[in-house]
Write a new protein. Structure first.
Length: 184
């Protein structure tokens, strides 16, 4: 039985009005709160579909969080790795974040550990994915650098200086300049 968790209102209000949502995170673990996020977004997608609209879901091809959301949203656009090098993984993630940035999407991320020291937001994919060892945080660094609205579930905290604001219950948000969170 899946127990639904009430999400912070700032998270739920944006996700229920988003026209494009991308999910990323750990390859090894999926936090239980991911199910509540999936249920919320699925209800929004169903409502939009009934109204004749389409809310695209973007996700990667990895295990863990990616696999969880691919299972929940079988019609999601999946960004796959071409090749087997680390560079191929980074290229997949750069394409994923670039698609969110060009379409005004929202990134929801579930990293499994704190951000590596020294990783900073960047609008350059090669800078964000420069060997710090965490694809989840590198994707977030690139998304923040590109001005993508982001939510991250990180009960261990987020890096200072990235522009994240606490939402409560382990959630943090990044809203780029010129954007505003829905209040109602």
């Amino acid at each position: 039985m899946v127990v639904s968790v009430v999400l912070p209102s700032s998270v739920s209000s944006v996700l229920t009005s988003a026209s494009l949502v991308g999910f990323s995170g750990s390859r090894s673990s999926v936090p239980s709160v991911a199910a509540s996020v999936a249920e919320l977004v699925a209800s929004h997608v169903a409502w939009e579909s009934a109204a004749g609209c389409h809310v695209p879901i973007l996700v990667g091809c990895a295990a863990g969080v990616d696999r969880f959301f691919r299972g929940y949203f079988p019609s999601a656009q999946v960004f796959s790795v071409s090749g087997s090098s680390r560079g191929a993984l980074a290229a997949r993630s750069v394409s994923f974040v670039s698609a969110l940035a060009s379409s005004g999407g929202v990134l929801v991320s579930f990293p499994s550990s704190p951000c590596p020291v020294g990783l900073l937001p960047s609008s350059s994919g090669s800078r964000a994915f420069s060997g710090f060892g965490s694809g989840s945080w590198a994707s977030l660094a690139f998304a923040v650098g590109r001005g993508v609205q982001c939510f991250v579930f990180a009960p261990f905290g987020v890096p200072t200086g990235w522009g994240f604001s606490p939402c409560g219950d382990g959630w943090f948000s990044f809203t780029p300049c010129g954007s505003q969170l829905g209040l109602f």
